[in-house]
Design a protein around this ligand. Structure first.
Ligand code: PEP
Length: 249
């Protein structure tokens, strides 16, 4: 049984006062019960604030990136140990914006996942194809290579602690969403790739869908067999929309 995970990716948005309003709004409106795990991934300067505000709630917090080095002369980088100090439970690695704007390779993303796990932080590994890749029929090949780089460097036990997020690049921030069946097909394929390495891990790894998920489409997407939650960008900045997605589970 995989517990649904609804994760917000705030990207480079927020301020102390806006975060306070957003976080307290989420806490106040959370449905009763523990069927859904809720996570917010905040910019690094606000992780301590998340820890303070969310500490007594059931909402987890995490980061949006982590260095591929453990420590040292890497100006501007944030290490997995620092995220652990901020009590992050999760960290996003390999978001398409980082792959595109910071030229992150599959191997670099895999190294980030290794370092996160070494600090007991669960990596949310993002994979996804561009529109051009989808239209040329390369979707499975692209996401398989992105996932395989991570599979290759982890033990079966470590793999079971990973979260995968399928985020078609053409659906992120565009308002275009994959149809539930399109997403389900890729999720099932990703699970089959995990199962080649470990059936036990494949059964427990949560595969989130991300890409313009909003209250209006969340229910249909989350009803699919292999969609175990959502990674939400724009709609995670509004407590009303984020809570509506949680309620759709
Ligand atoms: C994201 O950035 O991870 C994302 C899914 O964004 P949006 O929901 O805005 O498409």
């Amino acid at each position: 049984m995989r517990r649904t995970l609804i994760a917000g990716n705030w990207k480079m948005n927020g301020s102390f006062s806006a975060n306070q309003t957003l976080l307290t709004g989420i806490i106040a409106g959370l449905p009763v019960g523990d069927a859904v795990e809720t996570l917010v991934c905040a910019p690094a300067p606000y992780l301590a604030q998340c820890a303070d505000v969310l500490e007594k709630s059931s909402v987890a917090w995490g980061a949006q990136d982590v260095s591929d080095h453990a420590k040292g002369a890497f100006t501007g980088e944030v290490s997995a140990a620092m995220l652990a100090d901020c009590r992050c439970k999760y960290v996003i690695v390999g978001h398409s914006e980082r792959r595109a704007y910071h030229a992150e390779s599959n191997e670099l993303v895999a190294q980030k996942a290794v370092l996160a796990l070494s600090e007991n932080i669960m990596p949310v590994v993002c994979v996804g194809e561009t529109l051009e890749q989808r239209e040329s029929g390369a979707t499975n090949e692209v996401v398989a290579a992105q996932l395989q780089a991570v599979i290759d460097v982890l033990t079966d036990g470590q793999l079971a602690r990973v979260v995968v997020a399928y985020e078609p690049v053409w659906a992120i921030g565009t308002g275009k969403t994959a149809t539930p069946q399109m997403a389900q097909d890729v999720h099932a394929f990703l699970r089959s790739q995990l199962a080649i390495k470990s059936v036990a891990a494949a059964n427990v790894v949560r595969i989130l869908y991300g890409g313009s998920m909003k209250p209006e489409n969340a229910k249909e997407l989350l009803a699919m067999e292999d969609i175990d939650g959502g990674l939400i960008g724009g709609a995670a900045l509004s407590p009303v929309d984020f809570l509506a997605i949680i309620s759709a589970c």
